[in-house]
Write a protein that binds this ligand. Structure first.
Ligand SMILES: *Cc1c(COP(=O)(O)O)cnc(C)c1O
Length: 220
């Protein structure tokens, strides 16, 4: 059987080792444990191991399991890492602490309105489609810098970073490098990049957070 606790500690160790190898401080990279499809029983051992930052890709699924866990662990930090529909913006703003998937005008406007209404200090990332894949969410790389500006100036959003999911069949390095370059041009400090298969590479390219699911919880 897959040992979630052992796998969690191994991922933590590998992030620390990759940070050291890259000459970065041990705490330079935040682990976002991606718990989508796993239930509270499987999430518990990771919470007991001290993990407090989690990622989910569906608003409805997260609403089903996180309110009870948050009551037990008030210092939780929940990230939405999946596509957001504007009719779910109110629920997403209410539940999440960080939304990593701002990628179009309509969502930026809906989030701006909800954040004002709920008076919530939400942290936000713009998702960039670094591989320009037609089926993938995210703003085109050529539009990313201007979009970050519009999010700030037109919609009043505090964008703190960029996020990407490189094409599955490509070397991720150039995509991570592109995201890092765009973050400098856009004037944002955070980079959410790297998943189970490439979080050590992402650490070398400057990730400030990595989103790791199956390497911790097992295959979905
Ligand atoms: C599922 C998911 C992850 C985690 O993927 P693993 O390969 O299981 O680590 C990371 N980021 C996003 C956006 C995801 O949807």
């Amino acid at each position: 059987m897959h040992d979630i606790t052992a796998a969690f500690h191994e991922v933590k160790q590998r992030i620390a080792a990759a940070s050291e190898e890259a000459g970065r401080p041990a705490d330079a990279v935040t682990l976002v444990a991606v718990s989508k499809t796993f239930d509270a029983d499987e999430i518990r051992p990771v919470l007991d191991g001290g993990q407090r930052v989690f990622g989910e890709n569906r608003v409805q699924e997260a609403q089903g399991k996180w309110p009870a866990l948050r009551a037990a662990f008030p210092d939780l930090e929940l990230h939405l890492i999946g596509p957001l529909q504007s009719n779910k913006a109110a629920d997403a703003v209410a539940l999440f602490d960080v939304i990593e998937t701002v990628d179009r005008e309509k969502i930026a406007a809906a989030l701006g309105a909800e954040i004002t209404k709920q008076k919530k200090d939400l942290r936000l990332y713009v998702q960039v489609n670094t591989g320009s894949e037609p089926q993938k969410a995210g703003i085109e790389p050529t539009e990313a810098v201007a979009f970050v500006s519009r999010c700030r100036d037109v919609h009043g959003l505090k964008i703190e970073g960029l996020m990407c999911i490189p094409p599955a069949d490509e070397n991720p390095g150039p995509h991570f490098a592109l995201l890092e370059k765009l973050s400098r041009e856009a004037g944002v400090a955070k980079l959410s990049m790297g998943m189970s298969g490439d979080y050590e590479t992402a650490t070398a390219f400057g990730a400030t957070s990595v989103r790791v699911g199956s390497a911790i919880f097992g295959s979905r």
